[in-house]
Design a protein around this ligand. Structure first.
Ligand code: HEM
Length: 407
């Protein structure tokens, strides 16, 4: 590492609360910087902060996911027995695959997330949003995260995956523990807990898949079971892994977007008024909220070979974090990039990633968020934040609590 590459500390609480001034400095002076973490299995990672570099790096096949393909077997410590269910679950996620396997998984799953399929889910999503809104009290403070966005986001994706309503709280608990075991803030205890839950979640979906094979229900799970690419279906293990991936990916970012977006809108009452009064549509609002405070801040990859990137020598096997959240504030792409502007004309944000792993569920996520923000704007004339609590994470950015008083 040369002196040019500043160390920044992604787990510093001040950085987590407001990373944007640090991103601005990095973009300006150190476009590829070294981020140190105390996380299990990682010394740290190279952080790429400029929009052009993030977009180029995520399309560059010298950076990928399957590090085991390019490193000697003894480069990794053996996986402890107690961690194995977690790794087994992740091993077939398209998110962690490189071509050609990735392309096959993605092609098979494509019909599940087609615009037509997503629009067909709209009435069910609207009904779930209405039910969740009905549970928010009319008067007095409430926590929009625990009372609304977190249960709603899991309800939506679990419902589309055929999970009966009575099991939603159970599934939510599993997802939460698995999430903690995957982030770079993980500890050995969190990995063991996440691994136990991964085993339980897979066993749960095994039963659900068997039920749906016997009696197809026209939902997202049935579509996935029936999906094939020229006669090539998902193997049973791939199918189960995809169920868990959709549940996991579909829940968290959608929930975080609601918290981040509402906090931003509460800080910008004029923008909230424009949405509420119909001067701007929910579609544009959601697009800007995704850019302004992106739920997924970083897309991680590994160098599959030695690469010189922006003049920095990155060694084969090292981790690179492509800063989606930083790219989305790059003034070379977005005019007055730190301003929240729901009517912004430049909308090429990277909140859904870019390249082969671009969010498969982006149409569903966009629709869900449009319906949620539209419904909230009709319900609350004004937003007042009482307090908030931030989630400790490197990968995602969001709140574990956002107490509002809109009465
Ligand atoms: C606001 C909501 C969402 C955001 C911000 C978001 C963001 C992202 C991002 C940034 C990636 C790329 C990660 C990378 O390149 O490392 C991704 C991938 C993915 N997302 Fe989303 N996502 C959201 C909602 C959803 C939903 C609702 C689903 C489906 C139920 C979903 C399914 C997926 C899948 C399957 C992938 C992996 C795609 C691949 O590897 O080819 N996401 N998402």
């Amino acid at each position: 590492m040369s002196a040019r590459q500043t160390v920044f500390r992604p787990l510093d609480p001040a950085f987590m609360e407001d990373p944007y001034p640090v991103y601005a400095r990095l973009r300006d002076q150190h476009p590829v910087a070294w981020g140190a973490t105390p996380a299990v299995g990682y010394a740290g990672f190279w952080f790429v902060s400029r929009y052009a570099d993030v977009a180029a790096g995520l399309k560059d096949n010298r950076f990928g996911r399957e590090i085991a393909r390019v490193m000697p077997a003894d480069a990794f410590p053996p996986i402890p027995e107690a961690h194995k269910p977690l790794y087994a679950m992740l091993s077939d996620w398209m998110l962690f695959k490189d071509p050609p396997v990735h392309a096959r998984l993605r092609r098979i799953a494509a019909p599940v997330f087609s615009l037509r399929a997503v629009l067909g889910m709209r009435p069910r999503i609207e009904a779930l949003i209405a039910a969740a809104l009905a549970r928010i009290p009319d008067r007095g403070p409430f926590d929009i995260v625990s009372d609304f966005s977190s249960p709603l986001s899991i309800d939506i994706v679990a419902d589309l995956m055929g999970v009966p309503e009575a099991d939603h709280p159970l599934v939510r608990g599993w997802v939460r523990e698995i999430t903690l075991s995957l982030d770079l803030v993980r500890t050995p205890e969190r990995i063991i807990a996440g691994s136990r839950r991964a085993g339980e979640l897979i066993a749960y979906f095994e039963r659900l898949v068997a039920d749906h094979r016997r009696a197809p229900q026209g939902n997202l799970l049935s579509l996935l079971i029936e999906a094939h690419d020229g006669g090539s279906f998902l193997s049973n293990h791939e199918l189960l892994a995809s169920c868990v991936l959709f549940l996991f990916a579909g829940h968290e970012a959608s929930s975080l977007l609601i918290g981040n977006g509402l906090r931003a809108l509460a800080q910008h009452p004029g923008q909230w008024a424009m949405l509420r009064d119909g001067a701007v549509g929910a579609k544009s609002a959601v697009t800007e909220l995704l850019r302004y405070d992106s739920p997924q801040q970083i897309a991680f990859r590994h160098a599959l070979e030695d690469v010189t990137f922006e003049g920095v020598a990155i060694r084969r096997g090292q981790t690179i974090g492509f800063g989606l959240g930083s790219a989305n504030r790059d003034p070379l792409v977005f005019l007055d990039a730190d301003a929240l502007d729901l009517r912004r004309e430049e909308t090429r944000h990277l909140a859904f990633g870019v390249g082969i792993h671009t969010c498969a569920g982006s149409s569903l996520a966009q629709l869900e968020a449009e319906l949620v923000f539209g419904a909230l704007a009709r319900r609350f004339p004004a937003l007042k934040v009482v307090s908030h609590q931030r989630q400790e994470s490197i990968l995602v950015r969001g709140l574990t609590a956002l107490v509002l008083d809109c009465g």
